[in-house]
Every structure is written in structure tokens, then in C-alpha cells.
Design a binder for this molecule. Structure first.
Ligand code: Z5A
Length: 208
């Protein structure tokens, strides 16, 4: 079976990282070879870019700089990790991808989506995820979960309304692209979310 490119998305504390680890287990049990990775990051250079992006020393970074750094990390990630893994028949599970740029830089910070689309076409060519799971939780619930983790990064310090705009963009994009996206209600116990995630993956595995 050829590999698929699956991304997980959602606001702060939606449980993406928790569920991604479980998704890997499900796929491996089914005999798939899996590469798990994340954005921004996933390569040595990408992780350095991630540190710059999350660091409070760069509060007030220009929106164009922030967006271009996201895509710089993504270009490296595609070239060195994602495309080679897919070409080798591996499944790629990626914690955030370009939907996050539409949600955070677009919805959150107000960058017109047309600008993001130009970068998306340039950096990715025709490559888009086969499946995107959007983990959806009310903002207050996600922030409370994320807050338990400790020090907030440059994004996590934003106002609640910033995260409301992000949530709205994620939901809008998912509803407009039902062939690729599934919205998962993540405001439930971990086990209940897992059950739904497993059912979605089972459908993909059956399709082959
Ligand atoms: N960003 C961007 O702006 N533009 C882009 O293009 C890209 C990214 C790609 C880093 O992302 C930042 O980069 C991000 C957007 C921006 N903004 N921030 N901050 P990240 O994914 O690394 O960081 P994150 O969004 O902060 O992830 P997160 O808060 O760790 O969320 P999560 O992965 O969805 O949650 P989690 O780690 O799985 O769970 C959080 C806590 O909740 C943890 O204690 C869990 O045990 C708990 N949890 C999980 N599920 C549940 C349920 N169901 N019930 C109760 N508790 C739960």
C-alpha cells in the first residue's frame, strides 16, 4: 500500500500531539511504515527556525517575516523529510502543516489568504495532505489544557480573541474541504477522541 500524507491541526491544547502518537500506533499495527514529524520543525534547520518563531525575544516580528519563516521551515521539511518518506511508501503523520498558516497567520494575524496561497503553490507545488484531522475544542478548554504545561511561547501569550479567529478559520476550511478534512470533537475524554480517530483511520486503511 502506498503511503498517505496525514496532518493534524487544531488550536492550543486540542490534543493533536496526544492523538498523533496514538495514530502512529494504529497505523503500525496495521503494518504501515510511519514517519511522525511536526511543523514548524521536523529537520535540523526547521527546528532552529521553530526556536526563532517561538522565542519571546522576537515579539513583534513582522507578519511577513513570521510567514516566510514558516514556509522556509516547510520547504526544508518537504525536501528532506516529507517527500522522501512518501516516495519510499511511508505514511507521514505531521503535527500541523499549511492549514496552520491559514489559521494563525491568516485568521489570527490577518494576512490575506491569497498571499498564503501563493507561497503554498510555490513551496508545495501540487502536494497537499491526503487527510487532515482538525481537533476542535472551545478556546477556553484548550487554553486551560495548554496552560498546565508551563511557560507560554510567543503564540500562546496571545489574547483569547486571537484563538477564536484561529478556530473559526480551521472550522471554515474543514467544512469547505470535506474530502480531505474531518472535524473531530476534541472536547471529550482522550479515550472517546481516540475511538473516533481509530474509526477514521480504519476507513483509510480499508481504502488502500
Ligand atoms: N504555527 C503557526 O503559527 N503557523 C504555522 O504554519 C505552523 C505553526 C505550522 C507551535 O505549534 C506554534 O506554531 C503554534 C502555532 C504556530 N502555536 N502555538 N503555541 P505546536 O503544535 O508545537 O504547539 P501547540 O499548538 O502549542 O500544541 P499544543 O498546545 O501542545 O497542543 P496539542 O498538541 O494539540 O495538545 P497536547 O500536547 O496533545 O495536549 C495538551 C495537554 O492537554 C496535555 O497535558 C494533554 O495530556 C492534555 N490533553 C490532551 N487531550 C486531552 C483530552 N481529550 N482531554 C483532556 N486533556 C487532554
Amino acid at each position: 500500500m502506498s503511503g498517505k500524507f496525514i496532518t493534524v491541526e487544531g488550536g492550543e491544547g486540542a490534543g493533536k500531539t496526544t492523538q498523533l502518537a496514538f495514530m502512529r500506533e494504529v497505523l503500525e499495527r496495521a503494518g504501515c511504515r510511519v514517519t511522525s514529524t511536526r511543523e514548524p520543525g521536523g529537520t535540523a534547520l526547521g527546528e532552529e527556525i521553530r526556536s526563532l518563531l517561538l522565542d519571546h525575544r522576537h515579539d513583534g516580528m513582522a507578519l511577513a517575516t513570521e510567514t516566510l519563516l514558516m514556509f522556509a521551515a516547510r520547504a526544508e521539511h518537504l525536501e528532506r523529510v516529507i517527500r522522501p518518506a512518501l516516495a519510499a511508501g511511508r505514511w507521514v503523520l505531521c503535527d500541523r502543516f499549511t492549514d496552520a498558516t491559514y489559521a494563525y497567520q491568516g485568521g489570527g494575524r490577518g494576512l490575506p489568504p491569497e498571499r498564503i496561497a501563493i507561497l503554498e503553490d510555490w513551496v508545495q507545488g501540487g502536494l497537499r495532505p491526503d487527510l487532515t484531522l482538525v481537533f476542535d475544542v472551545p478556546v477556553a478548554v484548550g487554553l486551560e489544557r495548554a496552560g498546565r504545561r508551563g511557560a507560554a511561547d510567543r503564540f500562546e501569550r496571545e489574547e483569547k480573541v486571537f484563538f477564536e479567529r484561529i478556530r473559526a478559520v480551521y472550522l471554515d476550511r474543514a467544512r469547505r474541504d470535506p474530502g480531505r478534512c474531518r472535524i473531530v470533537n476534541a472536547d471529550r475524554p482522550v479515550e472517546a477522541v481516540r475511538t473516533e480517530v481509530e474509526a477514521i483511520l480504519a476507513g483509510w486503511l480499508e481504502r488502500g
